[in-house]
Design a protein around this ligand. Structure first.
Ligand code: ATP
Ligand code: MG
Length: 377
């Protein structure tokens, strides 16, 4: 907030209007820390750039310049309206306007259409504050028109419902039902980004409920898969948890989600976590093959959380450091100096202990080791 205020002060000193806008104002009023603060101003992008030492043209054709202060970026956008989303990604045309009111009008929901001065005065032409305290997501203006302009807004409404634990106002909801099919024209990465946010939101069940109630899911790739009981879903910070749950509960139709264009890493982690979730879990598998992330993802189905955790805790050892014998013991028992053999034999012992062929007991390890060692050398 400090940097945004600094930027606003500089713009105002130069005779321009400037405000904090959108999500940051919403989050500030809810008492949560905004993760980024957007600034809207009457200054043109060129005028903005001239006032600050360091800036990046992140979206200059749409009026956005990123101002860097102490290595941190704040997006400053010229008051604008926009029209036409023929590629459903970016507006075809943005028109700079000279009033904040016009700028706020183009925004999606009342709770996202407030501005704030550097003295924390709220400018709220559409009743956003009231909707915020009532927990309502309501389109600005005529919902049908707003969703026809940009179909992604329907999915954004659904995303915010889970993120904020809000409900969607009935007229807005009705418009989603009417326009649901239009989501098909929206670029996949925009859809995926919203769904990812649902997966990590505090109340994913609310979003999933709306997705199904409005039947918007029917127009998403493999959309039928979303029709699940989400009450068993335990969200993590990783959106892949949600996708894991979706696939797991549907009997792993992995092919079905090729359309969502996961990265290769995501696909690998998903597949691995799904494999692991098929009981019985082998001890070796749990011990050697789980990355932190795969473990997190696999915990999305709550009973599996228990299974994996219990299995892990029940292992004879959790890591090599818990072995009852170490490298020094092996050197003593063989009279040999350190070398590659040490690592190799430690691994043999570790494996035997994990697989319960050998107890994690120093004397027993010694007997087992001396025996095996002499047989192999
Ligand atoms: P988050 O906390 O997820 O970042 P946010 O409200 O900041 O939520 P952004 O996607 O970062 O959401 O967008 C910033 C602001 O831009 C929104 O608050 C809203 O005012 C406006 N906005 C974003 N996307 C749209 C859209 N598709 N149509 C209309 N206004 C939008
Ligand atoms: Mg934001």
């Amino acid at each position: 907030m400090k940097r945004a205020k600094q930027i606003i002060a500089r713009l105002k000193d130069a005779g321009f209007e400037a405000y904090m806008v959108g999500g940051a104002v919403r989050d500030y009023l809810r008492g949560s820390v905004p993760h980024d603060i957007d600034v809207a101003t009457s200054a043109s992008p060129e005028q903005v750039k001239a006032l600050f030492e360091r800036s990046i043209d992140t979206g200059i054709e749409h009026g956005t310049v990123m101002i860097l202060i102490e290595g941190q970026g704040t997006e400053v956008t010229t008051f604008r309206t926009e029209s036409g989303y023929s590629d459903n990604r970016r507006p075809d045309k943005v028109e700079f306007v000279n009033s904040l009111q016009e700028d706020l009008k183009r925004r999606d929901f009342t709770i996202n259409s407030m501005a704030m001065t550097e003295q924390m005065e709220i400018i709220d032409p559409f009743g956003g504050k009231e909707d915020l305290s009532a927990g309502i997501i309501r389109a600005v203006g005529v919902p049908q028109e707003r969703f026809a302009e940009d179909a992604l807004r329907m999915l954004r409404a659904i995303r915010f419902s889970g993120q904020l634990n809000f409900h969607i106002e009935p007229v807005t909801k009705r418009a989603i039902i009417e326009h649901a099919g239009k989501i098909q024209s929206v670029a996949m990465e925009r859809i995926k980004a919203e769904l990812d946010k649902v997966m990590v939101s505090p109340a994913p069940r609310i979003s999933m409920g709306y997705l199904i109630e409005t039947q918007l899911n029917r127009f998403l790739p493999s959309g039928g898969l979303f029709e699940l009981d989400w009450s068993g879903y335990t969200a993590s910070k990783d959106p892949l948890s949600g996708w894991f749950y979706l696939l797991h509960q549907n009997g792993e139709p992995f092919s079905a989600i090729r359309e969502y264009r996961f990265s290769n890493q995501d696909k690998k982690d998903l597949q691995h976590a799904l494999e692991a979730s098929r009981l019985p879990l082998w001890d070796n598998w749990v011990y050697y093959s789980f990355t932190e992330r795969q473990l997190t993802i696999a915990q999305a189905t709550s009973h599996k959380t228990q299974a994996v955790k219990e299995r892990q805790q029940a292992l004879p050892i959790q890591s090599k450091s818990e072995l009852a014998a170490n490298g020094r013991d092996l050197m003593e028992w063989t009279g040999k100096k350190a070398g590659p053999w040490l690592k190799e034999w430690t691994l043999h012992i570790e494996k035997a202990v994990v697989e319960r062929r050998l107890a994690n007991d120093k004397e027993q390890i010694k007997d087992w080791f001396i025996d095996e060692y002499h047989r192999h050398t």
